[in-house]
Write a protein that binds this ligand. Structure first.
Ligand code: FES
Length: 106
């Protein structure tokens, strides 16, 4: 289990113990975290699972695949540190990670 904190756009925090091997999106939806809609079910095709990842964690994540990059390019609320949470696998290396959801997802 890895401790992960999801922060809503309004600052409300949700810390969960997430099973390693799940994606961040799967852990969020299993725990009913508001702000991660995941309309496409993890197929990298909707961008409603976007999170902002603080710089100190960005380097610990696997690099974006082309599909994720393309999806983010089309999304209105994309920032430098945006990632699709369905493309991030939880592992002990992410213990304590904190991610924020965009205002558009609530
Ligand atoms: Fe649709 Fe992540 S769940 S892009």
């Amino acid at each position: 289990m890895t401790k992960v904190t999801f922060i809503e756009h309004n600052g409300k925090e949700h810390t969960i113990d997430a099973a390693d091997g799940l994606t961040l999106m799967e852990a969020a939806t299993k725990n009913m975290i508001p702000g991660i809609d995941a309309d496409c079910g993890g197929a990298c095709a909707c961008a409603t699972c976007m999170v902002y990842v603080p710089e100190e964690w960005a380097g610990k994540l696997e690099a974006k695949e082309d599909m994720e990059e393309t999806m983010l390019d089309f999304c209105e609320h994309t920032a430098e540190n945006s990632r699709l949470s369905c493309q991030i696998k939880i592992s002990p290396a992410l213990e304590g990670i904190r991610v924020t959801m965009p205002e558009s997802q609530h």
